[in-house]
Design a protein. Sequence first.
Length: 143
Amino acid sequence: MKKNKPAPQYRQTPSGIMEILNLFTQHHLSYILFKCDHIFEGQNKNLDILFQTNEDYHTAAALLEQQDFVVRLSEKVEKYKTMYCGLINNTMYSIHLHREIAWHGMIALDKQPVFQRAHQVHPSIIIPSIEDSILIHAAHVLF
């Protein structure tokens, strides 16, 4: 993973999302944020986050539940993804945990190369390379 100097737009990430990311970082979970440009501008309270391992995915779910987040949509609705909702400082957040880069139960991209090319722009903000981000957005539109 490459470390880049933080860009100013990342500083506008909502505080509740930063709390969740800091929690995941403190527990040494390996993750990448994706489809996330809107949150960096402070415009959205939804977060899509991909975990490198199933263990990290399940640990993240347990950590959210400890923070009183509840499952809104389980993997019964969409394979490889669980959506949690919860309040942080009286603001509703929606955290989408992903095990794979997939939509409607179909894996669109192999996540391991995406993790290898990821960029760390803040201690808790890890994002795909620009090329992988474009592929992820294209796959999202396609599916």
